[in-house]
Design a protein around this ligand. Structure first.
Ligand SMILES: *[C@@H]1O[C@H](CO)[C@@H](O)[C@H](O)[C@H]1NC(C)=O
Length: 256
């Protein structure tokens, strides 16, 4: 078996409250320093320059958002409002073994639903059409119902409040969405990105899944459904990152 689990590292999402004027948020898209230049304050200089540039060009910006892999520590956190900490599950394996892995997960799920016990008949619906998605995402109840971290839909590392301009950003990413209800108010929502090539092991495919909600048994079903959606497209080595509420990484409630 070559599926590898690197379970439940934690990703921190922070909010740095900036100069208080208007009511807008700038999202830090990414900043990476090459290994040989690290530890010399390069990233800090770049951040200070871009911060003052943004302040000049967009004076109404009040909040900056970003994400980091490690725990920033109390000193750094005191400057930020912590938006959320999400659990991350990583899967890595050869495409040939993926089908077996997914069917293994399915039978595990069936065994977990004890005979005679309460059955989770939760159906999941695939949404690709933004017209169907829009009313669901713009519903003002959504953040509370899905326990959206900091009220934001965090796609991969990027927190986006469910508002019209951010929906356009999400739409450009060609995500495949899953919800547990199309007409009524969904209690669970997840999505995966298209597969994209990464240089890992001389060329691999990667995709990311994000999950929101509180019911871990629905999350298990959703995970299987997302993996099944890509089975026909994968080849060589496949990497999957699954971002989810920390509760899904709990001792008794693991998604996997
Ligand atoms: C989304 O799909 C369009 C049309 O197929 C394509 O041009 C674009 O590159 C895709 N974007 C991403 C992020 O995959």
């Amino acid at each position: 078996m070559v599926i590898m689990l690197i379970p439940f590292a934690c990703r921190w999402h922070w909010n740095l409250h900036w100069w208080l004027m208007g009511g807008q948020t700038v999202v830090l898209e990414g900043l990476r320093v090459c290994p040989s230049e690290r530890g010399q304050g390069v990233a800090g200089v770049i951040q200070r320059v871009t911060d003052s540039y943004i302040k000049q060009v967009y004076p109404s910006v009040t909040t900056k958002r970003g994400t980091r892999k490690d725990n920033p520590g109390p000193e750094k956190l005191s400057k930020f409002t912590l938006l959320a900490c999400r659990a991350v599950l990583s899967l890595c394996g050869e495409a040939e073994s993926f089908k077996g892995f997914v069917s293994g997960l399915k039978s595990k799920l069936e065994r977990m639903e004890k005979p005679g016990g309460p059955k989770n008949n939760q159906k999941l619906f695939v949404l690709k059409d933004s017209h169907q998605l829009k009313p669901l995402l713009l519903d003002p109840d959504l953040p509370l119902r899905l326990q959206l971290p900091g009220g934001a839909i965090i796609q991969d590392w990027q927190p986006l409040k469910p508002m019209e301009s951010n929906l356009e950003i999400l739409e450009r990413r060609n995500l495949t969405w899953l919800v547990d209800s199309v007409n009524e108010k969904p209690m669970f929502m997840s999505f995966h990105t298209p597969l994209y090539p990464v240089p890992f092991r001389g060329g691999s495919l990667r995709f990311n899944i994000d999950m929101f909600g509180t019911d871990v048994s629905t999350a298990r079903k959703a995970l299987i459904a997302h993996l099944e959606q890509v089975l026909e497209e994968i080849h060589d080595t496949v990497l999957v990152q699954i971002y989810m509420p920390q509760t899904f990484g709990g001792k008794d409630d693991k998604v996997l």
